[in-house]
Design a protein around this ligand. Structure first.
Ligand code: PEP
Ligand code: MG
Length: 315
């Protein structure tokens, strides 16, 4: 039962044949980090730093940022914490960087694109992350949201290096980044697929609009094909790929993602026990077979049904 699975979660993720899968938490602030650590999460796969600054009219100072980041890192001492630089814009406007007059905010200056209009904001943030990482002796990985070109990835990685941040990655949330994962990961040391936005941009369907919810489905075969392309590009460069969108919290889809080559899954902490339980009951070979079944489907509903039918543990 679900309750029994919840009780037996011990924080480790592995398939039935022992292939390790990092199971991490998505957090937005120090209190969520503390709750995630208490729930058994072994690290943070997505720290949404913009959550601490929503509604601010002025950019946060470096000292204030250091204090906040240190609290999150302290909750996961010695563990991996993936810190995402500010993802401002679209559904998360930050008044100190977001231009309210854009006609299409989801296609505008959001995520890493704000580093062009407001370079000092990214500089201050990287300064603060580096200071917090040194103070806490933490295993900090930094990644940028909304990367869409190789140049953006190269420049972000170089900026991180200037701050001594050597684990510098990109989020894959735009189809162009999925298709160019190989050349992008010649620069970035890891990729994390944001399936919420990758689905939105692949299907051209607003992730918050109920009327297009059927399109906003990460089981859409086109989305799965882009995830497969990301994993193939990353494999060429020997770089790890994670998933930190809602898709990682769907146990059946988690098996498909692992079968496609995804090495870490980051999710809301309450989803960790069920995902861990289904992975523990499924072999890595079975995950690869499920991934092929899903990829070969013509429709999202067919992909979901084909995979769920093969996972008796979900019955
Ligand atoms: C995503 O887009 O899938 C993601 C994890 O980022 P966010 O939900 O914060 O946009
Ligand atoms: Mg996103």
């Amino acid at each position: 039962s679900r309750a029994a699975r919840a009780r037996t979660f011990d924080g480790t993720g592995r398939t039935s044949d022992g292939v390790h899968v990092d199971l991490l938490a998505n957090v937005g602030d120090p209190s969520e980090a503390a709750a995630a650590a208490a729930s058994g999460a072994q690290g943070v796969g997505l720290f949404r730093t913009e959550f601490g600054f929503l509604g601010r009219t002025e950019a946060p100072g470096v000292d204030e940022q250091v204090a906040m980041y240190r609290q999150v890192l302290a909750a996961f001492a010695g563990r991996k914490v993936v810190v995402r630089t500010l993802d401002a814009g679209a559904d998360k406007p930050l008044p100190f960087v977001t231009d309210r007059d854009e006609a299409n905010p989801a296609l505008g200056v959001r995520g890493l694109r704000t580093a062009v209009t407001h370079p000092e904001v990214l500089e201050d943030q990287l300064t603060a992350i580096a200071r917090a990482a040194t103070a806490e002796q933490a295993d900090v990985w930094v990644m940028a949201p909304m990367v869409s070109t190789v140049d953006e990835a190269e420049e972000f990685v170089a900026a991180c290096a200037r701050h001594g941040l050597t684990q510098a990655g990109v989020m894959v949330e735009v189809p162009s980044a999925a298709l160019l994962a190989g050349p992008i990961l010649a620069h970035a040391t890891f990729a994390s697929i944001g399936t919420n936005d990758l689905t939105q941009y692949t299907m051209a369907a607003d992730r918050l609009l109920g009327a297009v919810a059927a399109l906003s489905d990460p089981w859409q075969p086109a989305v799965l094909a882009l995830i497969a392309a990301t994993c193939a590009g990353a494999a060429q460069q020997g770089r790890p790929v994670g998933v930190c969108g809602e898709a990682a919290a769907d146990p059946a889809l988690a098996c498909v993602l692992v079968g496609l080559g995804v090495a870490s899954l980051s999710m809301t902490p309450r989803a960790l026990p069920d995902v861990a339980a289904v992975l523990a009951a499924t072999s890595s070979q079975e995950c690869r077979r499920l991934a092929q079944l899903a990829l070969a489907s013509a429709r999202a509903a067919d992909a979901r049904a084909a995979v769920r039918r093969e996972l008796p543990v979900l019955a």
